[in-house]
Design a protein around this ligand. Structure first.
Ligand code: ZN
Ligand code: ZN
Length: 266
């Protein structure tokens, strides 16, 4: 540790330097693209960026630009020339009103979700959450929810993993959208195992039925709630939670997910 005049000199000399770094950092901070490892420059005023400009354009840009070509309610890609709602949502409307997805659940973006969930790469949560905020603001017809609620994990899964990835993604999303976050709006009262890909929609609904319990009616009644999760596959989990919150008086539910599976890889 430096003492006396030497310490004073370094202390004062460091001040302008620190200020310069802070000022520069407000505009431009170099980071590493999570997809190609290349340089990504981002504004801290607007938050971080998941990927470099080229990867953003290639892997996410087209997806965001074609939000109108996906189902408004569940974000599944629609057949060419169709618009509005998919056949499933028309036939059996889910309990949620809208879904915003930041990216397709496909290579290489699916790896990010797996690294966050099973690889303990918790730092990814901020970038994925911020990408979800960008996607929400870029989605036509997006209405800001009143409050965000992450899809809860069961206590056993939470102990195994050490964190709920949905909550970790919801924090930066809430910050960026300036929304309150209430992680205890619902709890998971039934642990469920992942179903095989061959499971039918009816099997998925039966499997997840009764998995959640709501608490604190005052957070739910009359509110537009944003449900946050990493991936939407069949939508059965979101549907179960949304229908529970609607029974408790929620006015509207918007699902906010990082990635959405396309019909052929459900
Ligand atoms: Zn890149
Ligand atoms: Zn749909």
């Amino acid at each position: 540790m430096r003492t006396g005049p030497a310490r004073d000199f370094f202390h004062h000399a460091a001040l302008p330097l620190r200020r310069m770094v802070t000022l520069a950092g407000a505009w431009l901070l170099p980071g590493e693209c999570v997809l190609c490892g290349g340089l990504v420059e981002h504004s801290t005023a607007g938050g971080g960026r998941l990927a470099c400009a080229a990867c953003q354009r290639y892997y996410i840009g087209e997806w965001l630009a074609t939000a109108g070509a996906r189902c408004r309610q569940c974000a599944t890609p629609l057949p060419l020339a169709a618009s509005g709602l998919c056949a499933d949502c028309l036939r059996r409307p889910p309990a949620f009103d809208m879904t915003v997805a930041a990216a397709p659940y496909a290579l290489p973006l699916d790896r990010l979700v797996l690294q966050l969930k099973f690889g303990g790469r918790l730092a990814l949560a901020r970038l994925l959450g911020e990408a979800m905020a960008d996607a929400a603001l870029a989605t036509p017809g997006f209405i800001q929810p009143d409050i965000l609620c992450p899809v809860p994990l069961g206590p056993r899964r939470l102990v195994e993993r050490g964190y709920n990835q949905a909550l970790e993604m919801a924090r930066p999303l809430a910050r960026r959208l300036a929304l309150p976050l209430q992680a205890r709006m619902a709890v998971r009262v039934k642990e469920t195992l992942a179903l095989s890909r061959a499971a039918t929609p009816a099997e998925r609904r039966a499997h997840i039925a009764g998995a959640f319990a709501a608490q604190q009616r005052e957070w739910i009644e009359g509110r537009h709630i944003g449900l946050v999760d990493d991936v939407m596959t069949s939508g059965a989990t979101m549907n179960e939670l949304a229908s529970l919150l609607k029974r408790y008086g929620a006015a509207r539910i918007t699902c906010l997910v990082f990635a959405r599976t396309s019909p052929h890889n459900v």
